[in-house]
Design a protein around this ligand. Structure first.
Ligand code: TYM
Length: 332
C-alpha cells in the first residue's frame, strides 16, 4: 500500500477552518486507501516561544481534535513528533546538505522573521523546513496532504531527497504534495485576500473549530464582501463572496455552481446565513467529542504511545540507512 503523511501544529487552542478544509478534510478519507501517518509537530511549535504547560495541553487537545474529526488509530498511525527521536536526528543530517541561501529563500521564514525581527527570530525557525523535510522523508510517503502555504516547503523536501539520493545512493522516496482543488487556501473573513491564519491581526476573520458556534456564526455574518449585489464566484473581483461560496460548498458537499444557481435573485444576507448554518451544523458536535477524548487521558496517552511505537518501526529503519550511507559507525 502507498503511504501518506502529514502534520498539524499544536500552537493554538483549536484548529481553524482553513486547517480543516485545506488539509484535515483529506486526511480522514485517505486513511482508508493509504497507509497513513499523521502527527503533531511539537518540535516545530517551539521555533517560536511557547509556554511549556500550554504546549503540553495543546498537544493533547490537538490529538483529541484529530480523533474527533475522524482519524481512526486502528487505521492511521497517530503520533507526537517529539516522541519519535528520529525526526530530530534526520533533520541534522539534512541540515548538512541544505544550502544557507536555499533556506533563506523560504517565504514563510522571511515573513515570520520580518515580523519578529532578525534578532528575535531563532535558528530553529530558520531550519524549520529542514525538520519538516525530515518528518516527511523518514516515512517514504508518496503523498503529503497539505494546504497551499506548505507548497514551497514540500518542494524543498523533494529537492533534499533528490540531492541525498544522488549523493549517497537511493534512500528516499520523492514525495508529492496533495491538495484539494478549491480549498487549498481558505481566506480570512475580514481580509479575504490573505489566508485564514491564527496569527492574523484580528480574530474576527478566523473560524476556530472549538469556538462557541454562536461566535462563529456571527463572524461569518460579519464577513467582508463587496459593494455589488451579485453572488458569483470570482476570486479576483469578489474575494469575500468567493471565500464564502468555497466554505459553504466544502461543508455542504454541494458544488459552487449549484450554490450560485440557487442564489439567483437573492442577496449577500442569504449567502451568509446559509453558510453560517452549515458551519454551525458541522462544528456543534465537535466540542463534546473532543472533551470526551480529553476526559480519558490514559486512553489518549495509550493511543499516542502505540502510534509512536509504530512510527519508530518505520523511521528507525530509514534513519539507520541514512546513517550508514553518510559514513557513521553502526549503532548499538
Ligand atoms: P500548520 O499547522 O500551520 O497547518 C496545518 C495544515 O493546515 C493547512 N492550512 C490551510 N489550508 C488552507 N487554508 C488555510 N488558510 C490554511 N492554513 C493552514 C496547512 O497547509 C497544513 O497542511 N509545517 C506544517 C506542519 C508540518 C508538516 C510536516 C506538514 C510539520 N511537518 C510534515 C506536512 C508534513 C504547518 O505548520 O502546518
Amino acid at each position: 500500500r502507498h503511504r501518506v503523511l502529514s502534520g498539524i501544529q499544536p500552537t493554538a487552542d483549536s484548529f481553524h477552518l482553513g486547517n480543516y478544509l485545506g488539509a484535515l478534510a483529506q486526511w480522514v478519507p485517505l486513511q482508508d486507501e493509504f497507509d497513513a501517518f499523521y502527527f503533531i509537530p511539537d518540535l516545530h511549535a517551539i521555533t517560536v516561544p511557547q509556554d511549556p504547560k500550554e504546549l503540553r495541553r495543546r498537544t493533547k487537545v490537538a490529538a483529541a481534535q484529530l480523533l474527533a474529526l475522524g482519524i481512526d488509530p486502528a487505521k492511521s498511525t497517530l503520533f507526537v513528533q517529539s516522541q519519535v527521536p528520529e525526526h530530530a536526528q534526520l533533520a541534522w543530517v539534512l541540515n548538512c546538505i541544505t544550502g544557507f541561501g536555499e533556506a533563506s529563500r523560504m517565504t514563510q521564514f522571511k515573513d515570520k522573521s520580518a515580523k519578529q525581527g532578525t534578532e528575535a527570530a531563532t535558528v530553529g525557525l530558520f531550519t524549520y523546513p529542514v525538520l519538516m523535510a525530515a518528518d516527511i522523508l523518514l516515512y517514504r510517503p508518496q503523498r503529503v496532504p497539505v494546504g497551499e502555504d506548505q507548497r514551497q516547503h514540500l518542494e524543498m523536501a523533494r529537492d533534499l531527497a533528490q540531492r541525498f539520493n544522488s549523493r549517497f545512493g537511493k534512500s528516499f522516496v520523492i514525495p508529492e504534495a496533495q491538495m484539494i482543488k478549491g480549498t487549498s487556501k481558505i481566506y480570512d473573513l475580514q481580509d479575504p485576500t490573505s489566508k485564514m491564519s491564527k496569527s492574523a491581526a484580528s480574530e474576527a476573520g478566523l473560524i476556530n473549530l472549538l469556538d462557541d458556534p454562536k461566535v462563529s456564526a456571527k463572524r461569518i455574518k460579519s464577513a467582508v464582501t463587496d459593494n455589488e449585489r451579485e453572488i458569483r464566484f470570482d476570486r479576483e473581483a469578489k474575494p469575500g463572496v468567493s471565500n464564502l461560496l468555497t466554505i459553504q460548498s466544502a461543508l455542504s458537499g454541494r458544488s459552487v455552481d449549484d450554490l450560485v444557481r440557487g442564489y439567483e435573485g437573492k442577496g449577500y444576507g442569504d449567502l451568509k446565513s446559509d453558510t453560517a448554518d452549515v458551519l454551525v451544523d458541522f462544528v456543534t458536535p465537535l466540542k463534546a467529542k473532543v472533551d470526551g477524548y480529553l476526559a480519558d487521558p490514559a486512553e489518549l496517552d495509550r493511543i499516542l504511545e502505540a502510534g509512536a511505537e509504530r512510527a519508530r518501526e518505520v523511521s528507525s529503519r530509514t534513519l539507520a540507512t541514512v546513517y550508514d550511507k553518510v559514513g557513521f559507525l553502526p549503532q548499538k
